[in-house]
Design a protein around this ligand. Structure first.
Ligand code: S3P
Length: 455
């Protein structure tokens, strides 16, 4: 298949029609953030790492390929739910120079984490990606690694791909205050710190997803986290330590679960059970918000799996009401705003979402893409520089039937609008469903099995 957005790429439009029943139990694929990190840390650590429940989406497979290009051996054993990925890592500090540019496809997380990782290696690496990734800012990672001694040999204006970097002989540790709420930037600096001579310190004012910290500790890194009375976190990592291969069970991705959750709430006859969803507090903002809106979301069987909190969710059709979503919650639901905006279309009153500046630099400018798609489909909404207001219509009357929504190679824009079509009076069409395979290849089958009409 040609890369999404390349000249010979063929878009796959898709339409979603109103359903009167959306019921069943579904196993959501593995968490994308943890899957990327499983490949990276497994490939870097000494010895064998075994991963079950890996998300086999295009983004994660690009990280696996990148790790292979850097010397790791990665094989998949078995198929279906019992399959296992076996990684023979190279050892911290021992990655090999890649022979060719590394292609990260659509994946911002893969690209930015590898930029950090390779920023401290004394060889050249060139990073390339699809049209969406090539439009995203990489300066946020290039700036801190340059302080550690990385040379930025080539970049397109504004820190865009293709980017070529070369690490120093020995990277210097830094203390870095992350200027925007971004787990990718935090993680990139920590990954560069893994191969630096001394202690790298990362300070974050907003608590973003903490999978890098948790997993690095699990792999044996000397990493500590201190949180002050204002919630500011100081993460200290001692470089050049040994990482040891681990066994990892990846929990189900709450960011993918968001689509059937919202669909069950807004569809007549919605009643869906989703077992084993990751409930790490840096990821559950959407669930908190939907419950505040009146959503019937039952959380049961809370337990620990591989050091992460998980739970089973049962979600039933509910009368939702609009609310003001507190801005401080944004980091814990940053990928879920497009589908929250869809839930808001079916709530009484206004839903006000704020502190959304980061949405403008995702796989697309998600704030603009959502507002445009909603307006085209009859929704009363307003877009500000970093906020969105949506006024809903609980019966879905007059919604849908618009021009095909432009998805800009953004999987979450495609899935969100397909969920909208499940409850709007008229069908909703998206211009391209292809990028859904980057994060949730099972989406169409899984949603259709429970009653979605997608074609
Ligand atoms: C991710 C961090 C978030 C998120 C992305 C995954 C990660 O990006 O949007 O889907 O795994 O670290 P930012 O760090 O840019 O907020």
């Amino acid at each position: 298949m040609s890369a999404h957005g390349s000249p010979d790429y063929k878009m796959s439009p898709m339409q979603s029609k109103k359903v009167f029943s959306f019921k069943g139990e579904a196993t959501i694929p593995g968490d994308k953030s943890i899957s990327h990190r499983s490949m990276i840390f497994g490939g870097l650590a000494s010895g064998t790492t075994k991963v079950r429940g890996l998300l086999e989406g295009e983004d994660v497979l690009a990280s696996a390929k990148a790790m292979q290009a850097l010397g790791a051996t990665i094989t998949k054993v078995g198929s279906g739910p019992d399959s296992e990925w076996i990684i023979q890592g190279v050892g911290n500090g021992l990655l090999l120079a890649p022979k060719d540019p590394i292609d990260f496809g659509n994946a911002g997380t893969g690209c930015r984490l590898f930029m950090g990782l390779l920023g401290s290696y004394d060889f050249e690496t060139t990073f390339i990606g699809d049209a969406s990734l090539s439009s995203r800012p990489m300066g946020r990672v290039l700036n801190p690694i340059a302080q550690m001694g990385t040379q930025i040999i080539a970049q397109v204006e504004g820190g865009r791909l293709p980017v070529t970097i070369k690490g120093p002989k020995v990277a210097a540790p830094i203390t870095y205050k992350v200027p925007m709420p971004s787990a990718q930037v935090k993680s990139a600096v920590l990954l560069a710190g893994l191969n630096a001579a001394g202690t790298t310190v990362v300070i974050e004012e907003t608590f973003t997803r903490d999978h890098t910290e948790n997993m690095l500790k699990g792999f044996g890194a000397d990493l500590t986290v201190e949180t002050d009375e204002n919630g500011v976190r100081t993460i200290s990592l001692v470089g050049q330590g040994k990482l040891q291969g681990q066994e990892i069970l990846v929990p189900s991705d709450p960011s993918s679960a968001a689509f059937p959750i919202v669909a069950a709430l807004i569809c007549e006859g919605g009643d869906v059970t989703l077992p084993g969803i990751l409930m790490n507090e840096t990821r559950t903002g959407l669930i908190t918000t939907l419950i505040e809106m009146g959503g019937d979301i039952e959380i049961s069987n809370e337990r620990l799996s591989g050091g992460e909190k998980i739970a089973d969710l049962r979600v039933r059709h509910s009368a939702l009401k609009g609310i003001k979503v507190p801005g401080h919650r944004a980091a814990s639901m940053i990928d879920e705003y497009p589908v929250l905006a869809v839930a808001a279309c079916f709530a009484t009153g206004e839903t006000h979402m704020e502190d959304l500046a980061e949405l403008r630099v995702k796989e697309s400018d998600r704030l603009a893409a959502v507002a445009r798609g909603l307006k085209q489909n009859g929704v009363d909404c307003e877009e500000g520089e970093d906020w969105l207001k949506v006024r809903g219509r609980p019966d879905g009357k007059g919604l849908g039937g618009g021009k095909s929504v432009v998805t800009h190679l953004d999987h979450r824009i495609a899935m969100s609008f397909l969920v909208m079509g499940m409850a709007s009076q008229k069908p909703v069409t998206v211009d391209d469903s292809g990028p859904i395979a980057t994060s949730f290849p099972e989406f169409v089958g899984l949603m259709s099995d429970m009653g979605a009409k997608l074609e």
